[in-house]
Design a protein around this ligand. Structure first.
Ligand code: HEC
Ligand code: HEC
Ligand code: HEC
Ligand code: HEC
Ligand code: HEC
Ligand code: HEC
Ligand code: HEC
Length: 389
């Protein structure tokens, strides 16, 4: 098989790949897919496997079912109306699955597609995906947790019906463990074998040799053939998270080829030096943290300094306690008189919640942006801080 000939067009998007005239039956994913489910690790790492299963990472994609779709299918709640009275969507649960039906009377559109895969654990929301001819497409209606309601999928125009957005390999790379995209004479196809959720191997690399060794040497307590993020240098450790938490970077190679421990710049282009805009709060925690004095002045600081990714941590006040590894609250300059935010809530003032410029939802009446906590740790003007968060 000749890969080099094919790589260039394949890395951009599936749509581009579909249009290209590259040879038949070549795999877009060039390396063995990551394959071991977390249950493989349970005999020896029981506690981590149990707690990881509850995390947003583990639950970020799943087969669609009554249990995984958070939206409401009850009559009256199962409709998304738009600014046009002639365009609306209904969500239906039937014995053969859950479906979105779009009606556009003016253009005589009446299309129904199945919810096949759920993307998003539901912290903020979920987007849904359907199969058609071995390609995955985004459904036009998503779910917004804050409103407990159906919404136009992010970036979709209100009042129009669009079932044509292809789910890119890059989207799946950030929200799943493995997919195989194959090129055939009729175009690009996703393989039937894939692994949803973010599994252990995404952060620890190919674990097959590790499992084989320890199964054969039960008495050996020294780890073999596995990436321990704490034991590699900081840049490589940050790369493990940056594959998904450094925003929209252009690809050098096909999706799903990066393995933990490798140099990510060989797989994704770094952000251009000419970029002047601040990294977006949605999806670029790495870019923002890198701008912080804390990070630049602490050679060993990384995401794991504050986050234990094997467990669910949502409380910003509890995470603020991690600041005290390096700072002393007693030495903090006295806060201005009348200040109502408890000093212990470091993140409230130094990692305030800000609006995303990258993520927008269009409704019949408004354009809404998501808000996220910034990872650029700094001193912010008091009037930009929301004291409730
Ligand atoms: C048959 C037992 C066994 C299985 C199965 C197993 N491991 Fe391990 N693993 C060990 C032992 C023993 C160690 C070393 C002691 C320790 O750190 O717990 C270890 C250590 C590790 C470490 C720390 C490495 C280091 O350098 O300290 C990681 C990460 C790890 N395992 C990941 C995994 C993952 C991921 C899986 C499943 C894909 C897995 N292990 C399956 C036995 C196993
Ligand atoms: C999102 C990335 C990520 C995922 C997913 C992940 N880990 Fe880890 N894991 C890490 C990081 C980062 C560390 C190092 C933490 C530190 O700096 O101490 C680590 C450390 C470990 C260690 C060593 C623990 C220790 O205390 O020395 C083991 C064992 C381990 N992970 C097993 C697993 C298993 C099993 C799974 C799947 C059930 C898993 N990990 C999923 C990122 C991850
Ligand atoms: C394969 C892509 C991927 C990798 C690798 C990855 N993440 Fe994530 N992370 C995500 C996605 C996607 C979400 C959002 C999941 C959701 O809610 O559906 C997320 C969510 C999170 C959250 C929020 C969890 C919550 O419960 O609110 C934290 C914290 C986080 N990641 C930290 C890390 C750290 C630290 C690393 C590196 C050790 C890492 N991630 C590696 C994709 C990834
Ligand atoms: C570069 C990695 C990356 C890509 C590509 C990506 N996402 Fe995400 N996505 C994330 C991360 C990281 C988060 C959560 C943290 C954040 O928003 O900063 C997230 C959050 C989400 C959420 C909200 C999850 C929740 O539980 O609240 C949804 C839904 C989502 N993404 C869907 C998609 C879809 C659909 C695509 C592709 C069309 C996509 N994302 C592409 C990394 C990515
Ligand atoms: C690993 C150690 C470490 C951790 C953890 C850490 N910091 Fe820092 N931080 C530093 C260092 C070192 C500096 C630079 C001090 C200097 O230059 O005088 C710094 C600087 C700062 C500054 C001044 C920033 C500026 O731009 O002037 C603020 C504010 C700050 N930290 C707040 C926090 C908060 C809040 C947290 C927790 C959310 C935190 N830090 C976590 C090490 C750390
Ligand atoms: C100094 C401590 C600190 C460090 C270092 C840190 N975080 Fe966070 N992180 C936090 C705090 C505090 C929150 C807020 C939790 C909340 O409000 O739910 C958070 C939240 C998050 C979230 C959820 C964002 C959202 O609003 O949904 C993600 C994703 C995340 N961190 C990823 C990362 C990644 C990736 C890194 C490394 C680049 C990192 N964090 C480094 C403190 C830290
Ligand atoms: C009510 C908001 C607020 C809270 C809560 C808060 N800070 Fe600050 N912090 C500030 C302000 C404002 C400044 C700038 C003070 C000045 O320059 O006079 C500052 C300055 C700092 C600095 C830089 C000091 C310097 O000399 O440049 C550090 C480090 C810091 N804070 C860490 C923390 C830590 C750690 C916590 C949690 C224990 C915390 N802050 C909680 C508002 C806050």
């Amino acid at each position: 098989m000749n890969f080099s000939r094919c790589t260039a067009p394949l890395i951009v998007t599936i749509a581009a790949a579909l249009a290209s005239a590259c040879g038949d039956h070549d795999r877009v994913v060039l390396r063995d897919p990551l394959s071991l489910p977390p249950s493989t690790c349970r005999p020896c790492h029981d506690a981590i496997v149990t707690s990881h299963a509850l995390t947003a990472h583990a639950r970020t994609s799943a087969p669609a079912s009554a249990a995984t779709i958070l939206g409401d299918f009850s009559p009256g709640k199962n409709v998304l109306r738009t600014r046009s009275p002639l365009v609306w969507f209904t969500m239906d649960q039937r014995t053969d699955g859950s479906f979105q039906r779009a009606r556009d009377v003016t253009n005589a559109i009446d299309q129904t597609e199945r919810f096949d895969i759920v993307v998003g654990s539901g912290r903020r929301g979920q987007t849904y995906v359907f199969w058609k001819d071995a390609i995955l497409y985004e459904l036009p209606v998503s779910y917004l947790t804050a409103a407990h309601g159906w919404i136009n999928s992010p970036g979709y125009r209100d009042g129009s019906v669009d079932f044509s957005r292809v789910i890119t390999t890059r989207c799946l790379e950030c929200h799943a463990t493995s997919f195989i995209a194959e090129r055939t004479s009729t175009g690009l196809r996703y393989g039937k074998e894939f692994q949803l959720g973010i599994s252990c191997e995404k952060c620890h690399g190919d674990a097959r040799a590790h499992v084989a060794w320890h199964n054969a040497h039960r008495a050996d307590t020294v780890a073999h053939d596995i990436v321990h993020p704490a034991k590699i240098d900081r840049d490589r450790r940050m790369d493990i998270c940056a594959v998904c938490h450094s925003g929209g970077r252009a690809q050098r190679t096909a999706s799903f080829t990066y393995r933990a421990g490798e140099k990510l710049d060989d797989f994704l282009f770094p952000h251009p030096d000419t970029a002047t805009a601040l990294p977006d709060v949605h999806g670029d925690q790495v870019g923002l943290l890198r701008l912080s004095k804390c990070f630049r002045s602490s050679p060993n600081m990384s995401c794991a300094t504050c986050h234990d990714v094997h467990t669910v941590q949502r409380d910003p006040d509890a995470l603020s306690a991690k600041c005290l590894q390096c700072h002393q609250a007693e030495r903090h300059r006295p806060l201005t008189r009348g200040e109502t935010i408890a000093l212990a809530r470091c993140a409230t003032c130094h990692m305030p919640v800000q609006q995303s410029h990258a993520l927008q939802i269009n409704t019949a009446t408004s354009q809404d942006a998501f808000t996220m906590r910034t990872h650029r740790i700094a001193v912010y003007p008091r009037n930009t801080i929301d004291a409730t968060r």
